[in-house]
Design a binder for this molecule. Structure first.
Ligand code: ZN
Ligand code: ZN
Length: 267
């Protein structure tokens, strides 16, 4: 597998509190770790899209573009310039086609459920509601053909009862969701967030390293392509990519990496 990490936050992301999380430091660390490709994905709300939240407002296109001036000149590691935008349901997305064209790749999550009454509507009360919302958002999101990948799919951010929530999503529903993503060639992210032990969190009865294995194997079975992601918000978290890659290889994902990664090296 080509060692890569396509989901990194720098100091340009409001939630990044590590002053060492600069593009230059990530690149140095990536080289030490033997990564061939890294992708920067700071949070973005493209100001041409309506309904921005106060948190996203300063993180507009011009802001995220600043990274281009922060990148050191050529090194051994190939850099892809991306972003992580937002999906709020009913077609409300934080990036339009024109802004997307400014990037090498665009990640959009469908599960930033900690953003109450922005991503998660107030009618969501029960684990079953959370599950239904994520399925709906996923299906809506893969209709956007300018998206490259789904960030941390079905990881209900802000919830601890992950097994319970996922129990309300049937195998058939996962097949339908991922089948559509495969058809649209939208990459499925394998995130350290899917594996609490890699993420330095304790495994619990409600969320452990087994939790997402079946879901990811369904995605593989319906012929999805994948990318790996530490979703690092601190420089040192990039090192988690080694353990994540081991998991991905063990799951048989080594030959199902999204072509973007390979093209980055040959291009
Ligand atoms: Zn995210
Ligand atoms: Zn992220």
């Amino acid at each position: 597998m080509i060692r890569h990490d396509l989901h990194l936050h720098t100091t340009l992301s409001s939630c990044c509190r590590d002053p060492a999380a600069t593009p230059a430091n990530y690149l140095r660390s990536a080289e030490e770790l033997g990564l061939a490709v890294i992708g920067f994905t700071d949070h973005l709300w493209d100001e041409t899209r309506p309904g921005v939240s106060e948190w996203y407002r300063p993180q507009n296109l011009a802001h995220v573009m600043r990274i281009k001036k922060m990148l050191p000149s050529k090194g051994r590691v190939k850099v892809l310039f991306g972003c992580e935008s937002e999906y709020c349901g009913n077609g409300k997305i934080g990036i339009g086609r024109e802004a997307a064209a400014e990037f090498d790749f665009v990640l959009v999550p469908m599960s930033h459920l900690h953003m109450k009454e922005f991503v998660e509507p107030s009618w969501v009360r029960t684990p079953r509601d959370v599950a239904a919302l994520m399925v709906t958002y996923f299906k809506e999101l893969v209709e956007f053909d300018y998206i490259t990948g789904i960030a941390h799919p079905f990881l209900p951010i802000g919830y601890e009862n992950v097994n319970q929530i996922l129990s309300y999503i049937s195998k058939g529903e996962f097949e339908e969701c991922f089948g559509k993503a495969a058809e649209q060639r939208i990459s499925i992210e394998i995130s350290t967030g899917h594996f609490p032990s890699i993420n330095n969190g304790a495994e619990t009865h409600e969320f452990n390293d087994e939790t997402f294995l079946e879901m990811l194997s369904i995605a593989k079975k319906v012929d999805c392509r994948f990318h790996l992601a530490t979703d690092a918000h601190e420089l040192e978290n990039l090192g988690r990519i080694v353990a994540l890659e081991e998991r991905a290889v063990a799951m048989g994902m080594g030959d199902a990496i999204h072509p973007l990664v390979e093209e980055a090296i040959s291009g």
